[in-house]
Design a protein around this ligand. Sequence first.
Ligand SMILES: O=C(O)C1=C[C@@H](OP(=O)(O)O)[C@@H](O)[C@H](O)C1
Ligand SMILES: C=C(OP(=O)(O)O)C(=O)O
Length: 418
Amino acid sequence: MNAVRLTPPSGPVRATIPLASSKSESNRALIIDALTGFRCQLQNLSTARDTQTMIRLLSSEGQSAGPSTADVLDAGTTMRFLTAYFAVTGQQKVMTGTPRMCERPIGILVDALRTLGAEITYLKNDGYPPLQLNGFQASGVDRLSIRGDVSSQYISALAMIAPMLPAGLTIELTGAVGSRPYIEMTLEQMRHFGADVTADWTNNTITVAPRPYVPTTFAVESDWSGASYWYSVAALAEDESSEIDLLGLKEKSLQGDSAIVDIMRAMGVDSTFTDKGVRLTKRPAETSLAWDFTDCPDLAQTVAVCAAMKGVTLTLTGIESLKIKETDRVAALQAELQKIGAELVEVEANLRYEVRSLTPQTLQATPQIHTYDDHRMAMAFAPVAMRQEVIIEEPGVVAKSYPSFWDDMKKVVEVSQF
Ligand SMILES: O=C(O)C1=C[C@@H](OP(=O)(O)O)[C@@H](O)[C@H](O)C1
Ligand SMILES: C=C(OP(=O)(O)O)C(=O)O
């Protein structure tokens, strides 16, 4: 087995972290660029595997005569955005990914694309990849309803291709809307590239006019989801004079995960914005915190582990979607939090959970954390090393969103591979 052993620092933490750039912003920019015929100038694209996979699959498009295979590996946005893009551009493609990707639902998006005129067949299980795209003949439909409570990526995918439809598209979201800031990020980036988009959040309706994108320049920001691990490092640093500088972040961001600023204020971290990014310093923490993660599901693991280590009682709501991500993140947290002396209790079926310290504390001497092919399990548990030695299995998983994570981590703790 491949693993890293992380050993706590002896004094205060002083580090400057360059951070990865956002894979979410990058993957949207790449789809829109493709829809302009690759005429945009995209700056600071992410080195994350999810973005590199998107670049590779877009650059190999149309190279073979028959249907070619687009293997997205474990990248959800790449799967959902490319399915919509290849469909509307009439390309013959087999869309597939890792075994876990083939367990992540896509039926809601496929149904919507079929309504718009795409010919799509499932190659294995209805509602899941792998699937085959067989061409597109616009149906003339210009309005559709889609569930908003499964994955926002279906809605972002549809919105981004909507300017190419003969009459544009009005999308009505039904049910509760999860991950809404990701939809807003999509619409903001579309507007940046000249799209005519309106969102009525009272009626959960998005309207996109049939107006082509205008090629332009776009610079991707640093990744707020990746920043969350550094907030946890700062929250868990024992020395009150610890300071971490995170580069390339903006206070007003397209990314909803910038909510980590407010969450971590309660967990003992102050944020000061500068022209280079944000400086994290320490402040007194609350003893309990309740947070609704509907808008920022990718932060849930970071905050759960941090609360467990600090002994903060944390109530989590809005984490239903965690079950269909890179792994079942609720089950993975339940198993691994035990190793650091805490438990994740389901207080109200599927709705409300609590992170509680176990009594008596069953903290293992050197917990060995299993990562379930999930980058966020590895990165969420790494800050445990601020307080005690910890082993993280299969550290290479971080490449999905933050390939230089362990190099950055070496600035605050000792990291040895074995
Ligand atoms: O659109 C995006 O870039 C993302 C949307 C979210 O997914 P869901 O909409 O499935 O919650 C998030 O978890 C994922 O990491 C990235
Ligand atoms: C859920 C994630 O990504 P995706 O859905 O794009 O695979 C993530 O990065 O945490």
